[in-house]
Write a protein that binds this ligand. Structure first.
Ligand code: HEM
Length: 133
């Protein structure tokens, strides 16, 4: 497998080699840390929303941390649609940190200082970007 020189991309590559689907791990962690998030999703038919929400968030993260072709702007657009879904701004932001913690757990000993530093900066930058909306 080609190893990316972008530490954020590399963290996703490492995780993909160890875990086929991050979705159950991410939402388990989200609902443990923020039980109030659970009731924001409809009890029926929300499994596909959860899967596509995570996939689109990861896609936006990779664009934000990489080429910034435009898919990262989804983060800004979703700030306002999530206001309408009743998702508090802090919870919206917290989702990115939950993804980082999940990756860290899956990647284990291969989570390098470089990856850690890149994620800390990314989470700060995303928070600033979302706050500016
Ligand atoms: C813990 C924080 C979050 C909660 C509780 C949350 C909640 C929700 C809910 C309830 C929906 C479904 C709305 C409906 O019924 O149609 C949804 C959809 C969606 N969310 Fe989130 N959200 C969170 C964070 C995020 C973040 C950070 C992003 C990306 C920047 C995002 C992107 C999306 C997208 C793209 C959809 C539409 C998915 C689809 O219908 O295919 N969400 N979210």
């Amino acid at each position: 497998m080609m190893s990316s020189s972008n530490p954020i991309e590399r963290s996703f590559e490492l995780a993909a080699g160890r875990c086929e689907d991050l979705t159950p791990l991410v939402y388990r962690r989200l609902f443990e840390a923020h039980p109030e998030a659970q009731k924001l999703f409809r009890s029926e038919g929300s499994e596909s929303v959860k899967g596509s929400m995570l996939a689109m968030t990861i896609d936006a993260i990779l664009d934000f941390a990489g080429e910034r072709t435009g898919r990262f702007r989804m983060i800004a657009a979703e700030v306002s649609s999530h206001d309408a879904y009743g998702t508090p701004r802090e919870l919206f932001i917290a989702f990115f940190g939950i993804i980082a913690q999940t990756l860290r757990e899956v990647v284990g000993a291969d989570w390098s200082d470089e990856i850690d530093t890149a994620w800390r900066k990314l989470l700060d930058d995303i928070e600033g970007f979302a706050a500016a909306q």
